[in-house]
Ligand binder design. Structure first.
Ligand code: CO
Length: 309
């Protein structure tokens, strides 16, 4: 009698236990699942240094469209890290938020799983600062997101560089009929690791096409090195293009501007005919494909300890 009571008692409790166990397994099995079984809302945060040059807009629009196509149903929010540029844009009535503001905007839309995609060309100073800002936000709002995945910048691996070299070669092929060289302007930075990454990228591009040359506007490999390379290769004609996400201020002034010290002017003085191709990498479908792939493939969740096998 007593035994029967116990069993029937357990019988009543069992469905509840099952339900609890199911919920527990669901929660553990997929970090993107809510307790009610619904999938957590996901969203994308695109992070760039920023630009206020109107001519840069087509590249930003192309990146935006590529991400909206790759992540349909998800909010795609932009953040610019440069405070000066954010202030300028706000004054012009076309505001773009900071990293913190972008994350807040996503949280307000119910997003629990964020894919942050760096739109930097290489993991230099700006990328490191962005990562620190993200980590600080996660620390300050520990309950806000279930996961914050960080997508690596455009040129992270040798494969990325090979893929981008192909995309750039295709994009410029029709302009280089004959024997025109291709000269690419990277941004670079005065100190730090980006200079080494740049040298790797330069080698990959040069291996793919001996008539592709590269230097930086702010990095350790500058215009004088470039002029020496072009002279040694007896280059007479060159297509100039930015190795940057957008064809903004650097592309329009430092690369193709009419000032005496622009690359176009200096190459002209060295007897090289130039044609400026002012198109940001963001406008190349091949470059957008790399960025989207990095966003999709990232397993680097900033809310968790790094996973060790
Ligand atoms: Co700059």
């Amino acid at each position: 009698m007593r035994r029967t009571t116990l069993l029937s008692c357990f019988g009543a409790v069992r469905p509840v236990l099952c339900l609890m166990l199911c919920l527990l397994l669901t929660a553990c099995g997929s970090r993107h699942a809510f307790m009610n079984g619904e999938t957590a809302r996901e969203g994308v945060l695109l992070v760039a240094f920023g630009t206020s040059v109107p001519e840069a807009q087509p590249a930003l629009d192309a990146v935006d469209a590529a991400f909206k196509a790759a992540f349909p149903q998800q909010p795609v929010v932009w953040a610019f890290t440069s405070q000066i540029i954010r202030k300028k844009l706000a004054a012009e009535g076309r505001p773009v938020g900071s990293i913190g503001e972008g994350l807040e905007q996503l949280a307000a839309q119910g997003v629990r799983v964020v894919r942050v995609q760096s739109l930097h060309v290489m993991a230099g100073e700006e990328f490191a600062a962005m990562e620190r800002a993200l980590l600080l936000h996660v620390k300050q709002h520990p309950e806000r997101f279930a996961s914050v995945y960080l997508g690596r910048p455009l040129l992270e691996s040798r494969e990325d560089a090979v893929e981008l070299a192909r995309a750039v070669a295709e994009d410029t092929a029709s302009l280089r009929s004959g024997r025109a060289a291709l000269v690419l302007m990277g941004h670079g930075q005065e100190h730090g690791r980006a200079g080494l990454t740049f040298e790797g990228v330069r080698a990959v591009f040069h291996d793919a096409d001996r008539k592709t040359f590269m230097a930086t506007v702010e990095g350790s490999r500058g215009l004088d090195d470039l002029l020496a390379d072009l002279k040694a290769a007896r280059v007479r004609t060159a297509v100039l293009a930015p190795l940057m996400l957008v064809a903004g201020d650097h592309a329009r002034n430092d690369l193709a501007g009419s000032e005496d010290d622009s690359w176009a002017s200096r190459l002209g003085k060295a007897g090289i005919r130039t044609l400026a191709h002012l198109k940001g990498l963001g406008q190349l479908p091949g470059a957008c494909a790399i960025l989207v792939r990095h966003a999709r493939e990232s397993t680097d969740d900033l809310t968790q300890e790094p996973r060790k096998p």
